[in-house]
Design a protein around this ligand. Structure first.
Ligand SMILES: [Zn+2]
Length: 458
């Protein structure tokens, strides 16, 4: 994206957190021709050519742009839910500079032509978009997709997300190939037989509301299977959207045993519990009232207990979980304006991800540098070398950055979303942590003037 005569940018006086380089302190960052030119204690403007844009970043954190390895952009096939353009706009508002599109589109991303289509559609959008290819043809779970063709076309991972790779024999094969191809298989762990008709976590809340439950073991049984298959094959297993304390414990133990497994957690699983379905914004003492059965709380994996949330947070803190991934799942209104049983699963998450995940920082459970690592270097490492250039502030690499105020409070207003998906249980909720500026390839693609009130000097 480097352009020969792009206006240079000097980011002045921000707290630079660059986990890939072990850097955390107040630095200036100079961006020239789309790349990081220098990161130094003080970079004077008088030695610079031409009209440099100076962004006064006092009070802000400047980090590599966030990388989301799990987003549903819905195009091709479901453009009434989201497009690559609207999804990318939502991404940069959330500080994400690279997003990876899940292949449950129509047609599914199971051949090079669809990968090319996405690359073409993504050429003019504000964020970098990478495609994830299907594990099986048409995501039908019967035979493997042509994984080599997909890698040559540029996919960064494989997944049948939305559904698991159900056949253990196929999963074994896919992991074997992933070892040789060096690209991970991301599995959505859900044993259907253990949660027939389930719409929310199985527990006292589902009992009170009379809704069919999804027990944690529906996720954990497949996590256990996949860890065993990763050990057998040496393949690159990535576990999508872990949500239960049992899953986190298994991944931690697998890593201790040297099994090649990585894992992600979604922002909502770091903050929200099943009690949100009662209608009291998570207050378990609220009896089911007029706002109960909020279909915006319906998501797979389901929102679970305080214990599960605490385990996901602890896993993020100690590295059992490698990264935060949004599972951004935009839906049109009618998919949520119906009964809880009929509603689609999913939360529109790109624009609230930082503020949601930051609850784990403000509670003291996760340090700010660790959270930044889990949004930048962590996801890049899960997918491999191709993305690491976007996950650091190393001079010479593309200038993808997020500037954010970790303490700024704001109230979520879905009517202001760039995403076409307004489906979130967080509408009207106050979050703490907000993106001020997003830069992709040295170009400012989003800025929130209210957070730059110290003013830009020219
Ligand atoms: Zn999934």
């Amino acid at each position: 994206m480097a352009r020969p005569h792009q206006q240079p940018i000097l980011i002045n006086g921000g707290r630079v957190i660059d986990p890939a380089n072990g850097r955390d302190g107040v630095f200036d960052v100079l961006i020239v021709d789309g790349a990081i030119k220098a990161v130094e204690r003080s970079i004077p403007t008088d030695g610079l050519d031409g009209d440099v844009r100076v962004i006064q970043a006092g009070g802000l954190v400047a980090s590599p742009g966030f990388i989301d390895i799990h987003a549903h952009l819905r195009e091709p096939g479901y453009e009434y839910k989201e497009t690559i353009a609207t999804g990318a706009e939502a991404a940069v508002r959330g500080g994400f500079t690279t997003i990876c599109a899940m292949p449950n589109t129509d047609p599914a991303i199971d051949n090079a032509a669809v990968v090319d289509y996405i690359a073409n559609r993504a050429a003019t959008v504000p964020a970098r978009v990478r495609a994830i290819g299907c594990v099986t043809k048409g995501r039908k779970g019967r035979e493997l997709a042509d994984m080599e063709e997909l890698i040559t076309a540029g996919v960064v991972a494989f997944s049948d997300d939305g559904d698991p790779v159900y056949d253990a024999g196929l999963m074994r094969l896919a992991l074997t190939y992933s070892r040789d191809l060096g690209v991970p298989v991301s599995n959505h762990c859900e044993d259907h037989e253990l949660c027939p008709g389930g719409v929310m976590a199985e527990g006292w809340v589902s009992s009170r509301l009379g809704l069919a439950g999804i027990p944690a073991v529906a996720e954990e049984a497949m996590v256990a299977r996949d860890i065993s298959l990763a050990q057998l094959t040496g393949g690159r297993l990535h576990l999508a959207h872990l949500s239960s304390a049992g899953s986190v414990a298994m991944v931690r133990q697998a890593k201790e045993r040297g099994i090649p497994v990585t894992a992600e957690v979604c922002p909502h699983h770091l903050m929200l519990t099943d009690a949100w379905a009662l209608g009291g914004k998570g207050d378990p003492n609220v009896a089911a009232g007029p706002f109960a059965y909020d279909t915006h709380t319906k998501v797979y994996p389901p929102l679970r207990t305080d214990t599960d949330v605490a385990a996901c947070v602890a896993g993020l803190a100690d590295g059992a979980i490698d990264c935060v991934a949004t599972d951004h799942a935009p839906h049109e209104r009618v998919s949520k304006e119906c009964t809880y049983h009929e509603a689609a699963f999913g939360i529109s998450a790109l624009e609230t991800a930082l503020g949601t995940a930051m609850t784990a920082v403000h509670s003291g459970a996760v340090s700010l540098p660790t959270m930044v690592a889990r949004l930048t270097a962590g996801p890049a490492r899960v997918l491999g070398n191709g993305l690491s250039q976007f996950a650091s502030l190393t001079p010479g690499t593309p200038a993808d950055l997020a500037l954010f105020d970790p303490d700024a409070t704001w109230t979520v207003d879905v009517s202001k979303f760039a995403s076409m998906g307004r489906n979130t249980p967080l509408n009207g909720v106050e979050l703490r942590g907000r993106v001020a500026v997003t830069i992709v390839g040295g170009r400012v693609v989003f800025e929130e003037p209210a957070l730059l009130n110290k003013g830009d000097a020219a």
